[in-house]
Design a protein around this ligand. Sequence first.
Ligand code: FAD
Length: 494
Amino acid sequence: DAVVHWFKMDLRTGDNRALWLASQKAQEAGVPLIGLYIVSPEDFEAHLAAPVRVDFTMRTLHVLKRDLAALDIPLYVETVSKRREIPERIVEFLEEWGVGHLFANMEYEVDELRREARLVKMCAARGIDLEVVHDTCVVPPGALKSGSGKQYSVYSPWFRAWVAHVHANPDLLNIYDPPAKNSPAQHAKVAPLFDCEIPDVPENKRLSDEDAKRLHAIWPAGEHEAMARLEKFCEEKIGQYHNRRNIPSEVGTSNISVHLAAGTLSARSAVRYARDRNKTKKLDAGLEGIKAWISEVAWRDFYKHVLVNWPYICMNKPFKPEYSNITWSYNNAHFEAWTEGRTGYPIVDAAMRQVKSIAWMHNRCRMIVASFLAKDLLLDWRMGEKFFMENLIDGDFASNNGGWGFSASVGVDPQPYFRIFNPLLQSEKFDPQGKYIRKWVPELRDCDDKEIHDPYGRKAGSKVEKRGYPKPIVVHKESRDRALAVYKEGLGRD
Ligand code: FAD
């Protein structure tokens, strides 16, 4: 007999609820604990996973394997080419090793829930106990209801309820210990599994050597790195987070989104760690920076709650059905200019080049480029959503869909459709000296602080060398008017 924990987007030994439960069960029964991970190239493809994200996952598996081996727990990793066959293959594996109990943390996307529903049936038919538990959110989806008993669709009241729920249930912030060691006898029983090799990154998602070199240096993988980043951020930056979080030229945010997305860090640990550095146990009181940061981590919970309650957002539909009738432009030349950072709007181009180079973009810039795509270019927001998933190291369906829905005004608790960011004003406000632009758009490095935001505009000195930097592909004032008209028409408003 043995107990298996199936790792998915929870690639860590510390503070992992299902892994801890699996360990308890194995201890109680005096049987070995085994870790399992299934590599699914079809899932990577279907979920548009960025090569950099897949690469991060595979690198993390090496760290996880080492950490588990130190506890005499094997990590068995297998590639299953047809994703439909994953439940069958898991059950076969369980039967091969005489496993009576399988544990996993729940994933809430529709494909994953369907897969788990099949696994539930197959395990039940074979007398295997399967336990799938909530773990990825601080507050489990479904726990918070508005006064009328429904899921909230507005963040602020939801956040107040989230805070109150955690205060009323402080155990939600208890941290789970890593699993206990397998004994020598248990180790011996599962010894052949220690020989399992971690496969290479599937071919369809492999990085070039040059990209791998650069990105590995920027994004070291694994839970120790996640914790180190969290500690450093809390030590050095969190105090000023509320003041600095909107300045893209600075490192004012935690840079841990990839770890929350891959599960090398739990949201619970993140909130708990920050809370323990506050003057109070209250999540909405005390130091401004800590309060603000916790409320950002809560956005991640919010979007997952939304996904669970309105699963149709997984199917390419806007959260607000009335926004299905907007006539998008589908102008490919515009889309290409956007993806390549050649729109002639320096702040937009800097941001798009940032993502191309380091697979991450500052939150303020995500909002700016998303608004620019959906409103100034009137391109279908789903093209931008897809591009982000295919290129971000922290691509996460719920947060990405939520962010795009917010910026394109089609999502839950969105920007009103008539609120259209002016990219020039955003640039002047959040990158006043053009530091961010200069870093990512070297063509403009000689522009002064004023002209850099709009190098061909009225404030620009025409003599300054712009090294082929493109002219704006649209005129903001005109595209703003067009967006207003087209959104209104789609919504059937006068
Ligand atoms: P910090 O500011 O340090 O915040 C800490 C953590 O809180 C983040 O790591 C993240 O997990 C969470 N968080 C912060 N802001 C948000 C938010 N607005 N929505 C949800 N969670 C948030 N985040 C992703 O993790 N994956 C995505 O694919 C993603 N796509 C986005 C697309 C758009 C159009 C927009 C506007 C936002 C998107 N975000 C996404 C949210 C946000 O931009 C990133 O989480 C953040 O920039 C990550 O940097 P950080 O870890 O330094 O964040």
